[in-house]
Write a protein that binds this ligand. Structure first.
Ligand code: AMP
Length: 416
Protein backbone atom coordinates (compact mmCIF):
# COMPACT_ATOMS: atom_id res chain seq x y z
CA UNK A 1 0.00 0.00 0.00
CA UNK A 2 1.20 3.45 -0.90
CA UNK A 3 1.10 6.37 1.51
CA UNK A 4 -1.99 8.52 1.16
CA UNK A 5 -2.55 12.14 2.10
CA UNK A 6 -3.54 11.47 5.72
CA UNK A 7 -0.37 9.42 6.29
CA UNK A 8 1.94 12.39 5.85
CA UNK A 9 2.48 15.59 7.79
CA UNK A 10 1.38 18.55 5.71
CA UNK A 11 0.51 20.94 8.56
CA UNK A 12 1.80 24.40 7.75
CA UNK A 13 4.06 22.92 5.08
CA UNK A 14 4.69 23.98 1.51
CA UNK A 15 3.02 21.20 -0.47
CA UNK A 16 3.59 20.53 -4.18
CA UNK A 17 0.52 18.89 -5.70
CA UNK A 18 0.49 17.31 -9.19
CA UNK A 19 -3.03 17.76 -10.56
CA UNK A 20 -4.72 16.93 -13.86
CA UNK A 21 -5.85 20.29 -15.28
CA UNK A 22 -5.73 19.14 -18.90
CA UNK A 23 -9.10 20.77 -19.53
CA UNK A 24 -10.80 21.40 -22.89
CA UNK A 25 -10.67 25.03 -24.10
CA UNK A 26 -12.69 26.67 -26.87
CA UNK A 27 -11.24 29.03 -29.53
CA UNK A 28 -11.49 31.95 -27.08
CA UNK A 29 -9.63 29.95 -24.42
CA UNK A 30 -12.70 29.49 -22.25
CA UNK A 31 -12.84 26.25 -20.28
CA UNK A 32 -15.69 24.16 -21.69
CA UNK A 33 -15.65 21.47 -18.99
CA UNK A 34 -14.19 21.93 -15.52
CA UNK A 35 -14.76 18.49 -14.05
CA UNK A 36 -11.02 17.83 -13.81
CA UNK A 37 -10.57 21.00 -11.77
CA UNK A 38 -13.53 20.13 -9.55
CA UNK A 39 -12.09 16.63 -9.00
CA UNK A 40 -9.08 18.13 -7.20
CA UNK A 41 -11.09 20.14 -4.66
CA UNK A 42 -11.18 17.49 -1.89
CA UNK A 43 -7.36 17.33 -1.74
CA UNK A 44 -6.96 21.11 -1.95
CA UNK A 45 -9.60 21.75 0.70
CA UNK A 46 -7.98 19.25 3.07
CA UNK A 47 -4.59 20.92 2.56
CA UNK A 48 -6.15 24.32 3.27
CA UNK A 49 -7.65 22.95 6.50
CA UNK A 50 -4.15 21.80 7.40
CA UNK A 51 -2.89 25.33 6.84
CA UNK A 52 -0.56 24.22 4.04
CA UNK A 53 0.75 26.52 1.31
CA UNK A 54 -0.24 24.82 -1.95
CA UNK A 55 1.77 24.82 -5.18
CA UNK A 56 -0.19 23.20 -7.99
CA UNK A 57 1.62 21.63 -10.96
CA UNK A 58 -0.10 20.52 -14.15
CA UNK A 59 0.07 20.30 -17.93
CA UNK A 60 -2.35 21.23 -20.69
CA UNK A 61 -2.38 19.85 -24.21
CA UNK A 62 0.73 18.82 -26.12
CA UNK A 63 3.00 21.86 -26.45
CA UNK A 64 5.94 19.51 -27.12
CA UNK A 65 8.52 21.24 -24.95
CA UNK A 66 7.85 24.81 -26.10
CA UNK A 67 5.87 27.69 -24.66
CA UNK A 68 2.60 27.83 -26.61
CA UNK A 69 0.40 30.75 -25.55
CA UNK A 70 -2.89 28.91 -26.28
CA UNK A 71 -1.83 26.09 -23.96
CA UNK A 72 -1.15 28.30 -20.98
CA UNK A 73 -2.82 27.21 -17.74
CA UNK A 74 -3.82 30.85 -17.18
CA UNK A 75 -7.59 30.27 -17.64
CA UNK A 76 -7.51 27.56 -14.96
CA UNK A 77 -6.51 29.86 -12.07
CA UNK A 78 -9.69 32.02 -12.07
CA UNK A 79 -11.92 28.94 -12.51
CA UNK A 80 -10.27 27.15 -9.59
CA UNK A 81 -10.54 30.35 -7.58
CA UNK A 82 -14.28 30.50 -8.37
CA UNK A 83 -14.79 26.87 -7.33
CA UNK A 84 -12.84 27.31 -4.10
CA UNK A 85 -14.03 30.80 -3.24
CA UNK A 86 -10.42 31.79 -2.66
CA UNK A 87 -7.73 33.59 -4.66
CA UNK A 88 -5.36 31.46 -6.75
CA UNK A 89 -2.04 33.00 -7.82
CA UNK A 90 -0.58 32.27 -11.23
CA UNK A 91 2.76 33.12 -12.81
CA UNK A 92 2.54 33.04 -16.60
CA UNK A 93 5.25 31.95 -19.00
CA UNK A 94 7.51 29.52 -17.20
CA UNK A 95 6.94 27.16 -14.28
CA UNK A 96 10.49 27.48 -12.94
CA UNK A 97 11.28 31.13 -13.74
CA UNK A 98 12.77 33.34 -11.03
CA UNK A 99 9.34 34.97 -10.73
CA UNK A 100 7.63 31.61 -10.20
CA UNK A 101 10.23 30.58 -7.65
CA UNK A 102 9.83 33.88 -5.78
CA UNK A 103 6.07 33.46 -5.76
CA UNK A 104 6.53 29.96 -4.31
CA UNK A 105 9.01 31.22 -1.72
CA UNK A 106 6.64 34.02 -0.65
CA UNK A 107 3.58 31.75 -0.47
CA UNK A 108 1.96 31.84 2.99
CA UNK A 109 0.03 29.03 4.70
CA UNK A 110 -3.48 28.88 3.26
CA UNK A 111 -2.40 30.41 -0.08
CA UNK A 112 -2.43 28.73 -3.48
CA UNK A 113 -0.11 29.11 -6.45
CA UNK A 114 -0.62 27.44 -9.84
CA UNK A 115 2.53 26.98 -11.93
CA UNK A 116 2.56 27.39 -15.72
CA UNK A 117 2.16 24.36 -18.04
CA UNK A 118 5.01 21.97 -17.17
CA UNK A 119 5.09 20.57 -20.70
CA UNK A 120 6.46 23.89 -21.97
CA UNK A 121 9.70 22.25 -20.79
CA UNK A 122 10.91 19.19 -22.74
CA UNK A 123 12.50 17.95 -19.51
CA UNK A 124 9.05 17.32 -18.00
CA UNK A 125 8.60 14.45 -20.46
CA UNK A 126 12.17 13.18 -20.08
CA UNK A 127 13.86 15.01 -22.96
CA UNK A 128 16.58 17.64 -23.22
CA UNK A 129 16.51 20.92 -25.15
CA UNK A 130 17.58 19.05 -28.30
CA UNK A 131 14.53 16.81 -27.99
CA UNK A 132 16.58 13.70 -27.15
CA UNK A 133 15.67 11.30 -24.35
CA UNK A 134 17.63 12.46 -21.33
CA UNK A 135 16.93 11.17 -17.85
CA UNK A 136 19.40 13.48 -16.15
CA UNK A 137 17.73 16.52 -17.75
CA UNK A 138 14.39 15.21 -16.42
CA UNK A 139 15.87 14.69 -12.95
CA UNK A 140 17.34 18.20 -12.92
CA UNK A 141 13.94 19.66 -13.81
CA UNK A 142 12.23 17.52 -11.15
CA UNK A 143 14.77 18.81 -8.61
CA UNK A 144 13.99 22.42 -9.54
CA UNK A 145 10.28 21.79 -9.04
CA UNK A 146 10.91 19.97 -5.77
CA UNK A 147 13.00 22.90 -4.48
CA UNK A 148 9.86 25.06 -4.45
CA UNK A 149 8.13 22.93 -1.79
CA UNK A 150 8.71 20.38 0.96
CA UNK A 151 6.35 17.49 0.37
CA UNK A 152 4.67 16.10 -2.76
CA UNK A 153 1.11 14.93 -3.33
CA UNK A 154 0.18 12.95 -6.45
CA UNK A 155 -3.41 13.70 -7.40
CA UNK A 156 -3.25 13.58 -11.21
CA UNK A 157 -4.63 10.11 -11.95
CA UNK A 158 -4.81 11.02 -15.65
CA UNK A 159 -1.00 11.11 -15.84
CA UNK A 160 0.15 8.43 -13.38
CA UNK A 161 0.88 6.09 -16.30
CA UNK A 162 3.61 8.52 -17.41
CA UNK A 163 7.12 8.49 -15.92
CA UNK A 164 7.60 12.25 -16.06
CA UNK A 165 9.49 14.78 -13.93
CA UNK A 166 6.41 15.98 -12.03
CA UNK A 167 4.71 12.58 -11.80
CA UNK A 168 7.54 10.28 -10.71
CA UNK A 169 11.07 11.75 -10.68
CA UNK A 170 10.13 14.54 -8.24
CA UNK A 171 9.49 12.06 -5.42
CA UNK A 172 13.27 11.52 -4.97
CA UNK A 173 13.80 15.19 -4.15
CA UNK A 174 11.10 15.86 -1.55
CA UNK A 175 10.97 15.03 2.17
CA UNK A 176 7.80 12.98 1.90
CA UNK A 177 5.15 12.08 -0.69
CA UNK A 178 1.71 10.53 -0.88
CA UNK A 179 -1.29 9.91 -3.11
CA UNK A 180 -4.00 12.57 -2.94
CA UNK A 181 -7.67 11.78 -2.36
CA UNK A 182 -8.54 11.50 -6.05
CA UNK A 183 -5.73 9.05 -6.80
CA UNK A 184 -6.55 7.13 -3.61
CA UNK A 185 -10.18 6.78 -4.73
CA UNK A 186 -9.18 5.62 -8.23
CA UNK A 187 -6.81 3.00 -6.84
CA UNK A 188 -9.43 1.81 -4.37
CA UNK A 189 -12.17 1.25 -6.94
CA UNK A 190 -9.99 -0.08 -9.76
CA UNK A 191 -7.96 -2.19 -7.32
CA UNK A 192 -10.98 -3.66 -5.55
CA UNK A 193 -12.69 -4.41 -8.85
CA UNK A 194 -9.66 -6.32 -10.07
CA UNK A 195 -8.40 -8.05 -6.97
CA UNK A 196 -11.35 -8.30 -4.66
CA UNK A 197 -14.26 -8.60 -7.05
CA UNK A 198 -17.69 -9.83 -6.03
CA UNK A 199 -18.69 -12.54 -8.50
CA UNK A 200 -19.85 -12.89 -11.16
CA UNK A 201 -17.35 -10.39 -12.59
CA UNK A 202 -18.00 -9.16 -16.14
CA UNK A 203 -15.74 -7.00 -18.30
CA UNK A 204 -17.16 -5.09 -21.25
CA UNK A 205 -14.58 -4.06 -23.81
CA UNK A 206 -15.27 -2.13 -26.96
CA UNK A 207 -13.63 0.46 -29.16
CA UNK A 208 -11.76 0.52 -32.39
CA UNK A 209 -8.75 -1.74 -32.05
CA UNK A 210 -7.94 -5.15 -30.62
CA UNK A 211 -4.29 -4.12 -30.62
CA UNK A 212 -4.97 -1.42 -28.00
CA UNK A 213 -6.70 -3.85 -25.69
CA UNK A 214 -4.84 -7.16 -26.10
CA UNK A 215 -3.01 -6.84 -22.79
CA UNK A 216 -6.21 -5.78 -21.05
CA UNK A 217 -8.04 -8.86 -22.36
CA UNK A 218 -5.10 -11.11 -21.44
CA UNK A 219 -4.93 -9.76 -17.90
CA UNK A 220 -8.69 -9.80 -17.40
CA UNK A 221 -8.97 -13.42 -18.54
CA UNK A 222 -7.25 -14.28 -15.24
CA UNK A 223 -9.75 -12.28 -13.22
CA UNK A 224 -13.24 -12.23 -14.72
CA UNK A 225 -16.06 -14.70 -15.30
CA UNK A 226 -17.12 -13.19 -18.63
CA UNK A 227 -15.81 -10.81 -21.26
CA UNK A 228 -18.23 -8.99 -23.54
CA UNK A 229 -16.59 -7.74 -26.71
CA UNK A 230 -18.17 -5.02 -28.84
CA UNK A 231 -17.13 -2.28 -31.24
CA UNK A 232 -14.86 -2.82 -34.21
CA UNK A 233 -12.72 -5.14 -32.05
CA UNK A 234 -15.42 -7.78 -32.32
CA UNK A 235 -14.91 -8.13 -36.10
CA UNK A 236 -11.31 -9.25 -35.75
CA UNK A 237 -12.50 -11.97 -33.35
CA UNK A 238 -15.40 -12.99 -35.62
CA UNK A 239 -13.18 -13.10 -38.70
CA UNK A 240 -10.66 -15.26 -36.81
CA UNK A 241 -13.47 -17.81 -36.47
CA UNK A 242 -14.10 -17.79 -40.22
CA UNK A 243 -17.22 -15.61 -40.02
CA UNK A 244 -17.60 -13.11 -42.87
CA UNK A 245 -17.47 -9.51 -41.72
CA UNK A 246 -17.88 -7.58 -44.99
CA UNK A 247 -16.02 -4.27 -44.97
CA UNK A 248 -15.95 -4.01 -41.15
CA UNK A 249 -12.82 -2.63 -39.56
CA UNK A 250 -10.54 -5.64 -39.01
CA UNK A 251 -6.91 -5.95 -37.93
CA UNK A 252 -5.79 -8.76 -40.20
CA UNK A 253 -2.42 -9.02 -38.49
CA UNK A 254 -4.18 -9.77 -35.20
CA UNK A 255 -6.29 -12.71 -36.38
CA UNK A 256 -3.99 -15.36 -34.90
CA UNK A 257 -3.84 -13.50 -31.64
CA UNK A 258 -7.63 -13.22 -31.55
CA UNK A 259 -7.85 -16.99 -32.06
CA UNK A 260 -5.39 -17.55 -29.26
CA UNK A 261 -7.32 -15.31 -26.86
CA UNK A 262 -10.54 -17.20 -27.65
CA UNK A 263 -8.72 -20.47 -26.92
CA UNK A 264 -7.35 -19.13 -23.64
CA UNK A 265 -10.80 -17.95 -22.59
CA UNK A 266 -12.21 -21.43 -23.27
CA UNK A 267 -9.38 -23.08 -21.28
CA UNK A 268 -10.00 -20.75 -18.35
CA UNK A 269 -13.76 -21.25 -18.67
CA UNK A 270 -14.27 -17.52 -19.07
CA UNK A 271 -17.41 -16.65 -21.04
CA UNK A 272 -16.38 -14.78 -24.20
CA UNK A 273 -19.38 -13.03 -25.70
CA UNK A 274 -19.17 -11.70 -29.23
CA UNK A 275 -22.07 -9.97 -31.02
CA UNK A 276 -24.51 -12.40 -32.64
CA UNK A 277 -26.06 -9.78 -34.90
CA UNK A 278 -25.13 -6.30 -36.02
CA UNK A 279 -26.34 -2.98 -37.29
CA UNK A 280 -24.58 -2.68 -40.66
CA UNK A 281 -24.22 0.13 -43.21
CA UNK A 282 -22.83 0.25 -46.74
CA UNK A 283 -21.51 3.79 -46.26
CA UNK A 284 -20.31 5.73 -43.24
CA UNK A 285 -18.97 9.27 -43.19
CA UNK A 286 -16.29 8.97 -40.51
CA UNK A 287 -15.04 12.53 -41.01
CA UNK A 288 -18.36 14.30 -40.46
CA UNK A 289 -19.66 11.52 -38.21
CA UNK A 290 -22.90 10.89 -40.04
CA UNK A 291 -24.79 8.45 -42.20
CA UNK A 292 -24.43 9.68 -45.80
CA UNK A 293 -27.59 10.30 -47.78
CA UNK A 294 -28.74 7.19 -49.65
CA UNK A 295 -26.72 4.85 -47.41
CA UNK A 296 -28.34 1.50 -46.62
CA UNK A 297 -28.55 0.67 -42.92
CA UNK A 298 -29.92 -2.68 -41.75
CA UNK A 299 -29.77 -5.31 -39.05
CA UNK A 300 -28.23 -8.69 -39.85
CA UNK A 301 -30.00 -11.99 -39.19
CA UNK A 302 -27.00 -13.63 -37.60
CA UNK A 303 -23.34 -12.98 -36.93
CA UNK A 304 -22.11 -12.87 -40.55
CA UNK A 305 -22.07 -9.67 -42.59
CA UNK A 306 -22.67 -9.47 -46.35
CA UNK A 307 -20.03 -8.12 -48.75
CA UNK A 308 -20.08 -4.34 -49.04
CA UNK A 309 -21.50 -3.81 -45.54
CA UNK A 310 -19.72 -2.71 -42.41
CA UNK A 311 -20.60 -3.56 -38.80
CA UNK A 312 -21.32 -0.29 -36.98
CA UNK A 313 -23.17 -1.31 -33.81
CA UNK A 314 -24.31 -4.35 -31.84
CA UNK A 315 -27.71 -5.65 -32.97
CA UNK A 316 -30.77 -6.33 -30.77
CA UNK A 317 -30.05 -10.06 -30.22
CA UNK A 318 -26.52 -9.22 -29.10
CA UNK A 319 -27.77 -6.62 -26.66
CA UNK A 320 -30.26 -9.14 -25.30
CA UNK A 321 -27.50 -11.70 -24.84
CA UNK A 322 -25.12 -9.14 -23.26
CA UNK A 323 -27.97 -8.03 -20.96
CA UNK A 324 -28.18 -11.51 -19.37
CA UNK A 325 -24.54 -11.34 -18.34
CA UNK A 326 -24.59 -7.70 -17.23
CA UNK A 327 -27.80 -8.11 -15.18
CA UNK A 328 -26.40 -11.00 -13.17
CA UNK A 329 -22.94 -9.47 -12.66
CA UNK A 330 -21.87 -8.21 -9.24
CA UNK A 331 -18.73 -6.48 -10.54
CA UNK A 332 -18.57 -4.75 -13.93
CA UNK A 333 -15.65 -3.05 -15.61
CA UNK A 334 -16.37 -1.23 -18.86
CA UNK A 335 -13.98 0.40 -21.33
CA UNK A 336 -14.81 1.33 -24.93
CA UNK A 337 -18.01 1.85 -26.97
CA UNK A 338 -19.90 -1.03 -28.64
CA UNK A 339 -20.32 0.81 -31.92
CA UNK A 340 -19.66 4.09 -33.71
CA UNK A 341 -21.60 5.80 -30.95
CA UNK A 342 -20.67 9.33 -32.09
CA UNK A 343 -23.22 8.78 -34.89
CA UNK A 344 -26.67 8.78 -33.20
CA UNK A 345 -28.04 6.01 -35.51
CA UNK A 346 -25.21 3.72 -34.35
CA UNK A 347 -25.20 4.57 -30.66
CA UNK A 348 -27.99 2.26 -29.47
CA UNK A 349 -25.80 -0.67 -28.39
CA UNK A 350 -23.51 1.57 -26.35
CA UNK A 351 -26.37 3.52 -24.77
CA UNK A 352 -28.25 0.30 -23.93
CA UNK A 353 -25.15 -1.16 -22.29
CA UNK A 354 -24.76 2.05 -20.27
CA UNK A 355 -28.36 1.67 -19.03
CA UNK A 356 -27.84 -2.01 -18.22
CA UNK A 357 -24.67 -1.25 -16.24
CA UNK A 358 -26.61 1.41 -14.30
CA UNK A 359 -29.47 -1.04 -13.59
CA UNK A 360 -27.04 -3.69 -12.38
CA UNK A 361 -25.43 -1.06 -10.13
CA UNK A 362 -28.86 -0.13 -8.73
CA UNK A 363 -29.28 -3.81 -7.83
CA UNK A 364 -26.01 -3.90 -5.91
CA UNK A 365 -23.23 -4.44 -8.44
CA UNK A 366 -20.02 -2.42 -8.32
CA UNK A 367 -19.43 -0.73 -11.68
CA UNK A 368 -16.27 0.95 -12.88
CA UNK A 369 -16.28 2.84 -16.17
CA UNK A 370 -13.09 4.17 -17.78
CA UNK A 371 -12.02 5.62 -21.10
CA UNK A 372 -13.26 8.90 -22.57
CA UNK A 373 -15.82 7.32 -24.91
CA UNK A 374 -17.50 5.07 -22.35
CA UNK A 375 -17.60 7.98 -19.94
CA UNK A 376 -19.37 10.15 -22.52
CA UNK A 377 -21.70 7.22 -23.28
CA UNK A 378 -22.85 6.93 -19.65
CA UNK A 379 -23.43 10.68 -19.64
CA UNK A 380 -25.30 10.55 -22.96
CA UNK A 381 -27.49 7.79 -21.55
CA UNK A 382 -28.10 10.01 -18.50
CA UNK A 383 -26.92 7.31 -16.08
CA UNK A 384 -23.55 8.67 -14.96
CA UNK A 385 -24.75 9.35 -11.40
CA UNK A 386 -25.74 5.67 -11.03
CA UNK A 387 -22.27 4.27 -11.83
CA UNK A 388 -20.15 3.34 -8.79
CA UNK A 389 -16.96 4.86 -10.13
CA UNK A 390 -16.16 6.80 -13.29
CA UNK A 391 -12.42 6.91 -13.76
CA UNK A 392 -10.80 10.28 -14.46
CA UNK A 393 -7.94 8.67 -16.39
CA UNK A 394 -8.61 6.86 -19.65
CA UNK A 395 -5.04 5.76 -20.43
CA UNK A 396 -4.16 5.24 -16.78
CA UNK A 397 -7.23 3.11 -16.04
CA UNK A 398 -6.53 0.99 -19.13
CA UNK A 399 -2.92 0.40 -18.03
CA UNK A 400 -4.20 -0.47 -14.56
CA UNK A 401 -6.53 -3.06 -16.11
CA UNK A 402 -3.56 -4.43 -18.06
CA UNK A 403 -1.89 -5.08 -14.73
CA UNK A 404 0.97 -2.71 -15.60
CA UNK A 405 2.90 -0.78 -13.03
CA UNK A 406 1.93 2.91 -13.07
CA UNK A 407 5.14 4.97 -12.67
CA UNK A 408 3.39 7.84 -10.89
CA UNK A 409 2.12 5.41 -8.25
CA UNK A 410 5.18 3.15 -8.08
CA UNK A 411 7.36 6.18 -7.24
CA UNK A 412 5.37 6.97 -4.08
CA UNK A 413 6.66 5.61 -0.76
CA UNK A 414 4.90 2.66 0.90
CA UNK A 415 2.80 2.97 4.04
CA UNK A 416 4.79 2.13 7.16
P1 AMP B 1 -11.17 3.30 -28.50
O1 AMP B 1 -10.47 4.64 -28.46
O2 AMP B 1 -10.31 2.18 -28.90
O3 AMP B 1 -11.98 3.04 -27.25
O4 AMP B 1 -12.20 3.40 -29.71
C1 AMP B 1 -13.26 4.30 -29.71
C2 AMP B 1 -13.71 4.47 -31.12
O5 AMP B 1 -14.08 3.22 -31.67
C3 AMP B 1 -14.91 5.37 -31.26
O6 AMP B 1 -14.52 6.53 -31.95
C4 AMP B 1 -15.90 4.54 -32.07
O7 AMP B 1 -16.53 5.26 -33.08
C5 AMP B 1 -15.01 3.47 -32.68
N1 AMP B 1 -15.78 2.29 -33.04
C6 AMP B 1 -16.57 1.55 -32.26
N2 AMP B 1 -17.18 0.59 -32.99
C7 AMP B 1 -16.77 0.72 -34.25
C8 AMP B 1 -17.04 0.02 -35.47
N3 AMP B 1 -17.89 -1.01 -35.49
N4 AMP B 1 -16.42 0.43 -36.59
C9 AMP B 1 -15.57 1.48 -36.57
N5 AMP B 1 -15.26 2.18 -35.45
C10 AMP B 1 -15.85 1.80 -34.31
Amino acid sequence: MKKTLKDIDVKGKKVLVRVDYNVPLDANLNITNDKRIAATLPTIQYLLEQNAAIILMAHLGRPKGKAVAEMSLKPVAPRLSELLGKPVKFVAGDAISAEAKNAAADLKPGEILLLENLRFHPEEEGKNAAGEKDKSAMDAFAKELASMGEVFVQDAFGTVHRAHASTAAIVKYVKDAAAGFLVEKELKFLGEALDNAQRPFAAILGGAKVSDKISVIENLLNKVDSVIIGGAMAYTFLKSQGISVGTSLVEDDKLDLAKELLKKAAEKKVGFLLPQDHVVADKVDFVNKLVPEGAQVKITEGSSIADGFMGVDAGPKSIEQFAQTVKSAKTIVWNGPLGIFEIPEFSKGTVEIAKLVAQATDSGAVSVVGGGDSVSAVKKAGVDKRITHISTGGGASLEFLEGKELPGIAALPDKK
